[in-house]
Design a protein around this ligand. Structure first.
Ligand SMILES: C[S@@+](CC[C@H](N)C(=O)[O-])C[C@H]1O[C@@H](n2cnc3c(N)ncnc32)[C@H](O)[C@@H]1O
Length: 208
């Protein structure tokens, strides 16, 4: 397994861990979706999708472009005992191997900042959403306290080279929000709102 995937998993497992159930709760509170199908895009180790699965009856699809991350997701599925209602997809968000109108809830945390063709990604997400379906895409750390504590730990983490603070500021900036809104407009998507504050982070909430 690639070193990068293992390193990411170690950070997610040891430092980010408490954020996933909190973000899952925020997603459920905002969308009200607790059954049907869910897609976790750029799922990494799959901890957000697993937290959602544990809190709901959702059938989870875990998607990531990295085959090494998908190998880790398979362990996460086992550890959480959700084998009966989980599937994995290795692939890019710009071409999602799922039928039109098939997903009730599409979520993505910490991945959208890396997507090369944002309008195409948003079109794909809109395509796979079922009528009445929701998506919740962006980045955040659950709440302000967790964000500050994670920032402190990451700044002293030997793999982050002290750049975590800059990255966090850039990802959560008004410029990034503007880039998202321009891409949504280009994709022809009007039915969305943006959540953006110090506590929650920056999220695009779409409804089909
Ligand atoms: C910072 S990690 C976040 C992982 C996870 N969502 C979490 O919050 O712990 C970003 C993930 O997005 C994936 N990714 C980046 N660009 C992608 C793309 N275009 N399509 C699918 N996955 C992508 C990466 O492989 C990586 O696993």
């Amino acid at each position: 397994m690639e070193k990068k995937a293992k390193e990411f998993d170690s950070i997610a497992r040891n430092i980010f861990k408490p954020i996933y159930p909190i973000i899952a709760g925020q997603i459920i509170a905002r969308t009200g979706i607790t059954s049907g199908t869910c897609l976790d895009i750029g799922c990494g180790s799959g901890y957000l999708g697993a937290a959602l699965a544990k809190a709901t009856q959702l059938y989870m699809h875990f998607l990531d472009q990295s085959p090494d991350m998908i190998e880790i997701v398979k362990q996460t599925i086992q550890e959480n005992n959700i084998q009966g209602r989980s599937a994995t997809i290795t692939g890019d968000v710009s071409s999602i191997a799922l039928p039109d109108n098939s997903i009730n809830l599409a979520v993505s945390r910490g991945s959208v900042f890396f997507w090369e063709d944002l309008p195409q990604a948003f079109r794909e997400i809109y395509r796979i959403l079922a009528p009445g379906g929701w998506s919740y895409i962006g980045g955040g750390f659950g709440n302000r306290e967790l964000k500050e504590s994670i920032k402190g730990k990451m700044m002293s983490n030997e793999n982050s080279n002290g750049q975590f603070g800059d990255l966090m500021r850039r990802n959560m900036s008004p410029e990034t929000r503007e880039r998202f809104e321009t891409a949504l407009k280009t994709a022809g998507i009007n039915s969305y709102s943006i959540l953006h504050n110090e506590d929650i982070g920056l999220w695009i909430v779409m409804r089909k």
